[in-house]
Design a protein. Structure first.
Length: 94
């Protein structure tokens, strides 16, 4: 089963930030990572029941959905494999 992934960028005005959502192993949670483009950013784990709410909030806040470009490696933030992370780890532990 494919994991859910969503990647957003906000480069409007003086903004230069990203927001990445990746479904965690086990399908019960997802990790959201955000910050300035080119940085590791900060992370938080959410239950999958919050996926649509968090996704729609990014759109409302002016982020552009760039998931396909992200998965193709065409963004400044490069795809990261989260499959080896344990439950308590985030992308910052890489």
């Amino acid at each position: 089963m494919a994991k859910n992934v969503a990647y957003f960028e906000d480069t409007s005005g003086s903004s230069n930030k990203f927001y990445l959502m990746v479904e965690d192993t086990g399908n019960a949670t997802f990790t959201a990572t955000w910050g300035a483009i080119g940085t590791v950013g900060s992370s938080k784990v959410y239950p999958m029941s919050k996926w649509n709410s968090v996704f729609n909030t990014r759109i409302r806040h002016g982020y552009v959905n760039m998931t396909q470009a992200y998965l193709a490696g065409q963004t400044k933030t490069k795809p990261v494999s989260y499959t080896h992370l344990r439950a308590h780890e985030t992308s910052q532990d890489l």
